[in-house]
Design a protein around this ligand. Structure first.
Ligand SMILES: [Zn+2]
Length: 79
């Protein structure tokens, strides 16, 4: 399943130190990502981003198509 694979990549990405906090307010363990600007945010800030018409998705609940997930070269290998 491609979407499962993409989700795995995201869950790995959010474990990286630079992604371990909400990009907006600094809350730990953000569960949402804005796939337009490539940042991880918490639930509260995802609502703000959505109202600003950024595209946000839950990294746990939503499906992520291939073209929404940018894989940093060599840094994440979910296999
Ligand atoms: Zn936040």
């Amino acid at each position: 399943m491609t979407n499962e694979r993409n989700k795995k990549i995201l869950l790995e990405l959010v474990k990286q130190p630079e992604n371990s906090r909400c990009a907006d307010c600094g809350a730990p363990e953000p569960d949402w990502a804005s796939y337009k600007i490539g940042v991880f945010v918490c639930l509260n800030c995802s609502g703000i981003h959505r109202s600003l018409s950024s595209r946000v998705k839950s990294i746990r609940l939503d499906n992520w198509e291939d073209d929404l997930v940018e894989r940093p070269e060599g840094s994440v290998d979910p296999s």
